[in-house]
Design a protein around this ligand. Structure first.
Ligand SMILES: NC(=O)c1ccc[n+]([C@@H]2O[C@H](COP(=O)([O-])OP(=O)(O)OC[C@H]3O[C@@H](n4cnc5c(N)ncnc54)[C@H](OP(=O)(O)O)[C@@H]3O)[C@@H](O)[C@H]2O)c1
Length: 299
């Protein structure tokens, strides 16, 4: 299977590229500097030259708080970039696997979000990602959109690395406990994407919108507690002795986040026969991987 991968050096792209290669796919991988998805002409040329069977878009503007100030940039990447890829895919007959977010929802539900639930983003980032989805749906039939949540990986910056760093420096931390979602290891999501690619190769064409996260539910506070526990268990030296749960109102951020964004994954599990690990088990594995990479140190 010939794949064109964008955002290849981001958290998800870094986990996905080696897995695709291991699976025997031919992968043309592009970073933001080798292919800027907002450059329509370059996107069309790259796709026309490589004629991929599948395009996987891991490129995105992901700075959720900064997006409130950089609205134009967020929309240029997350809406117009996605549109460029869909139009180019339409021309070459390529399928598109695109990654979206739980932030398309407003978090007012108290039961897991289904793919069919009403979207209502609270932030510029969420709006720009939803408009990207809408463009793709308008243009292309051969597309799989995966809404993922709370991603962290060994590469890049994320909540796990921030907590490890802060817990190494400080004796106590304050973390919000009134936002619930599911932490998701990019390695697991990458595995799910590979499974989808294999199904496409086998002629199983379950196009549509899907949710994906690890299993289970956590608040950011629960997640931080687990990070510190797992890190200490893995032998990482930390100064932090206590974490205090605080309200979102005590930690105001420029972008509003959904208070509840747990995703219902039954659709993706049934369509692609995917087994999803619990977030806590994946966190343990990720911290082990981080230690292996950093020679016993966490962050
Ligand atoms: N992170 C999360 O918690 C989270 C949660 C739910 C969904 N998602 C979605 O999951 C996907 C993967 O996220 P991630 O965490 O892997 O993000 P990430 O680590 O921020 O990676 C995004 C990549 O996109 C690249 N990029 C930015 N602008 C670009 C452009 N104009 N053209 C081409 N590449 C560009 C970035 O390159 P530079 O670094 O050089 O700018 C980066 O390598 C995204 O669609 C994101 O919206 C993320």
């Amino acid at each position: 299977m010939e794949i064109l991968l964008t955002g290849a050096t981001g958290q998800l792209g870094s986990d996905l590229k080696p897995l695709l290669i291991k699976e025997g796919c031919g992968v043309q991988a592009f970073s933001s500097s080798s292919l800027d998805i907002t450059d329509r002409e370059k996107v069309f040329n790259a796709i026309a030259d490589n004629k991929p069977e599948v395009i996987i878009n891991c490129a995105a503007y992901t700075k959720v708080d900064l997006a409130e100030k950089e609205r134009e940039r967020a929309f240029a990447v997350n809406r117009d970039g996605a549109k460029n890829l869909a139009e180019a895919a339409q021309k070459t007959g390529s399928a598109l696997i695109h990654i979206s977010t739980d932030f398309v929802f407003d978090g007012k539900k108290s039961t897991p979000y289904m793919e069919t639930d009403k979207t209502n983003p609270l932030s510029v980032y969420g709006e720009s990602k939803l408009e990207g989805e809408n463009e793709i749906v308008k243009i292309l039939k051969r597309r799989i959109i995966i809404r993922a949540s709370w991603l962290y990986g060994v590469e890049g910056n994320n909540f796990v690395k921030t907590i490890l760093k802060l817990a190494g420096e400080r004796e106590s931390l304050k973390i919000v406990f009134d936002q619930a979602g599911t932490p998701t290891w990019t390695y697991d999501l990458a595995g799910a994407v590979v499974k989808i690619v294999n199904d496409l190769k086998a002629g199983k064409k379950e196009y549509g919108i899907y949710n994906y996260s690890n299993e289970g539910v956590a608040s950011w506070y629960d997640f931080a507690e687990a990070i510190v526990d797992e890190a200490k268990g893995a032998g990482i030296k930390l100064n932090c002795g206590s974490i205090e749960p605080i309200l979102t109102s005590e930690y105001p951020t420029p972008a509003k986040r959904p208070a509840y964004s747990v995703l219902d994954k039954r659709k993706i599990k049934a369509a692609f026969d995917i087994a999803i690990p619990h977030w806590r088990r994946s966190l343990k594995e990720m911290i082990k991987e981080l230690c292996r990479k950093n020679g016993g140190r966490g962050a």
